[in-house]
Write a protein that binds this ligand. Structure first.
Ligand SMILES: Nc1ncnc2c1ncn2[C@@H]1O[C@H](COP(=O)(O)OP(=O)(O)OP(=O)(O)O)[C@@H](O)[C@H]1O
Ligand SMILES: Nc1ncnc2c1ncn2[C@@H]1O[C@H](COP(=O)(O)OP(=O)(O)OP(=O)(O)O)[C@@H](O)[C@H]1O
Length: 549
């Protein structure tokens, strides 16, 4: 029997683009094989998945050349219903995957289409919801879900159908670390049961825990590596891909191109002037239960604040209260010395630039340039200033070359960066970002965060504070001088990364799982005195001599 999935010399060019998004791709997966696919943002990963699941050429027009075989047949001749029984896809943006009004119906949707009897559908849905730890969400309206809750519901819908081939486009991007572990356990189980899995993930270190024995690495539409994880680590540039810290250390002295050190982030000062104050704040949606309870905290000048915590803990809700998009049920929120109740959202937006979690909630303009120009124009800036602001913001996110593209003709990671640029261009004093680096490759992520940290801590002092929600502990320990952990609507920790991420009780309640970089940092903390990002820790370890390793 031949491979279950095979592509040969596959090339695809989107109609709107002069260059192909994937070029001459050839590889095959045997039945029951699991492979991890990685590569920089925009390298063609989602495009390949679209060609495999039939969205290309059905929904995306362009020029497709080469061969695709599924179980030895050309799927392009099949009706979509037959193809989707064989190939299940988790899309990168759960907003686009969820179809039904409540969780039960959403997860049951595919099975209903297959004509399963009702009792069997219910049984199957319960089973999948349990496996992903979201049984409690069963009867919830889907529009009310948090980002990570949505991602798990979308995944449940795909897994419920148990297709032979699973194409998973960044299934971990918005999951809290413990939920990511649970999802990985489900993938391991599916692999044991004989499903073929192609897992696209930037979180390489995490994704490898699902046990793939093969890594496919794309660059600029081409397959540049196909081999086992250890050989991948021997060849990979650790500044480009998130690898375990031991790989960093092994490769560090041989690196010819060292990453730029980036701006130094000083400790947060507990006596700096407060910018945003939460005064005993509680909040619930509509007449529903409280989702935030008794939040008492201040965001101060010079903070680079990372907000961590389980999916559904209330992180996004808290930031929406700061933006005045929601008003507290009890207590008060102050921005710039005034209560949010007494300010319009537009006036708060002059102080706080806010990047939403999902780019599809923000994008609206015909071109990237127009999208990024909207904010500064709205603030009444003169055209030459708008031009300078847009150019600068697009440079920071590495998208100046896409200025004339439609935001909809970009990869997910690129779209997310457009939304960041459209906030940077307003040059707000406080930058608030909901999972800014979800869906970004490691290198882009580091560049982006360095550029943003530079605004607050660089010589120009172009901003006063930075606040970001993230599930990436490495990002938090590398760029935050202060961490809040939220759990179940409450603030359970507030302090420097070294203290917060060393507290086992906070780690447990926050569903935080130590990464290899965090573990190395904890080990050396007595001597380093502070947590450091991977390259700094490597340099430090080298400085103290290898005998102490
Ligand atoms: N609908 C579209 N129309 C035109 N061009 C597109 C479209 N979608 C993606 N592209 C372009 O094709 C290239 C590959 O995009 P793709 O989404 O496959 O990348 P990716 O590797 O999945 O990126 P990411 O990691 O950011 O999700 C990019 O240059 C992107 O701008
Ligand atoms: N519009 C809404 N109506 C009702 N409940 C909502 C609404 N939006 C969010 N919720 C609920 O409020 C709680 C907190 O959601 P929130 O989006 O703040 O979580 P989060 O910590 O940002 O999660 P994630 O890490 O998954 O993004 C969740 O239980 C969520 O289901």
């Amino acid at each position: 029997m031949g491979p279950i999935l095979e592509v040969r010399e596959l090339t695809f060019r989107y109609a709107a683009r002069p260059q192909p998004a994937i070029r001459d791709l050839s590889f095959a997966l045997e039945e029951g094989e699991m492979a991890l696919m990685a590569g920089p943002s925009g390298c063609g990963k989602s495009t390949l998945l679209r060609a495999l699941n039939g969205l290309i050429p059905r929904s995306y027009k362009g020029e497709l050349r080469g061969t695709i075989r599924i179980g030895g047949h050309d799927p392009r001749a099949w009706p979509m219903a037959r193809l989707s029984q064989q190939v299940g896809t988790l899309l990168q943006d759960p907003e686009r995957q969820i179809v039904a009004a409540d969780v039960l119906h959403d997860v049951a949707f595919g099975l209903e289409n297959l004509g399963w009897p009702r009792a069997k559908i219910l049984e199957r849905v319960e089973e999948v919801l349990h496996a992903l730890g979201i049984a409690h969400l069963r009867d919830r309206p889907t529009f009310q879900l948090s980002g990570g809750e949505k991602q798990r519901v979308a995944l449940a819908g795909v897994l419920a159908m148990a297709p032979r081939i699973l194409l998973l486009d960044e299934p971990l991007a918005s999951l809290d670390p413990q939920s990511a572990q649970e999802a990985l356990a489900v993938f391991r189980q599916l692999h044991r049961e004989g499903h073929t899995i192609l897992l696209v993930e930037h979180r390489v270190e995490d994704a490898l825990q699902a046990g793939p024995r093969r890594v496919l690495y794309l660059e600029d539409g081409r397959l540049v590596f196909d081999g086992d994880p250890e050989s991948f680590f021997e060849r990979v540039d650790p500044t480009a891909v998130k690898v375990p810290f031991r790989v960093w250390l092994q490769r560090w002295s041989a690196l010819t191109r060292r990453p730029t050190p980036g701006v130094e982030i000083p400790p947060a000062s507990p006596t700096a002037p407060p910018l945003v104050v939460f005064e005993d704040v509680s909040f619930g949606y509509g007449d529903g239960p409280d989702v935030l309870r008794g939040i008492q905290a201040e965001i101060r000048k010079g903070d680079s604040l990372a907000i961590l915590g389980p999916n559904g803990a209330g992180k996004t809700t808290l930031l929406k209260l700061a933006m005045g998009l929601l008003k507290p049920r009890r207590g008060r929120v102050w921005v710039g010395g005034k209560e949010t109740r007494a300010q319009t959202v537009a006036s708060i937006a002059r102080t706080i630039g806010y990047v939403f979690q999902s780019p599809s909630h923000m994008l609206f303009a015909p071109t990237v340039w127009e999208e990024v120009a909207f904010g500064p124009r709205n603030l009444g800036r003169p055209p030459h200033q708008v031009e300078a602001d847009v150019r600068w913001a697009l440079e920071q996110v590495g998208l100046l070359d896409q200025a004339r593209s439609s935001p909809w003709a970009l990869s997910f990671g690129q779209q997310k960066r457009v939304t960041i640029a459209s906030v940077l261009s307003m040059r707000s004093r406080i930058l608030v970002m909901d999972e800014p680096t979800a869906g970004q490759d490691y290198q882009t992520c580091m560049r982006l965060m360095n550029a943003i940290a530079e605004l607050v801590f660089g010589t120009a002092q172009a901003a006063d504070a930075l606040v970001f929600i993230t599930h990436d502990l490495d990002l938090a320990l590398s760029f935050a001088n202060r961490i809040w952990v939220m759990a179940d609507g409450q603030l359970i920790a507030d302090g420097p990364p070294e203290a917060v991420l060393s507290d086992p009780e906070v780690m447990r309640r926050g569903r935080l799982v130590p990464t290899s970089l965090l573990e190395a940092n904890r080990q050396y903390l007595p001597r380093t005195g502070r947590f450091m990002r991977a390259e700094r820790l490597c340099a430090w370890l080298q400085g103290v001599g290898s005998d102490s390793l």
